[in-house]
Ligand binder design. Structure first.
Ligand SMILES: [Zn+2]
Length: 66
């Protein structure tokens, strides 16, 4: 899987502190995944753009980090 460049930097994994990356999930989805423990958050969009999804996922991921 190819990693996607994100405008906003992803914070490290909230569980293990490992490096996180964003990847493709089909043509209309995205996954944010920890490269160390492989915990992941994924979602697809139907009516909104993948750009919107990317931002939402990143916001969500980064908010989980305390
Ligand atoms: Zn992790």
């Amino acid at each position: 899987m190819n990693e996607i460049e994100t405008n906003i930097k992803l914070k490290p994994c909230p569980f293990c502190g490992g490096e996180a990356g964003m990847f493709y999930y089909g043509s209309n989805g995205r996954i944010i995944k920890c490269k160390k423990c492989f915990i992941q958050k994924r979602q697809k969009v139907l009516r909104k753009s993948v750009e919107w999804l990317e931002n939402e996922l990143i916001k969500d991921w980064n908010n989980r980090v305390k």
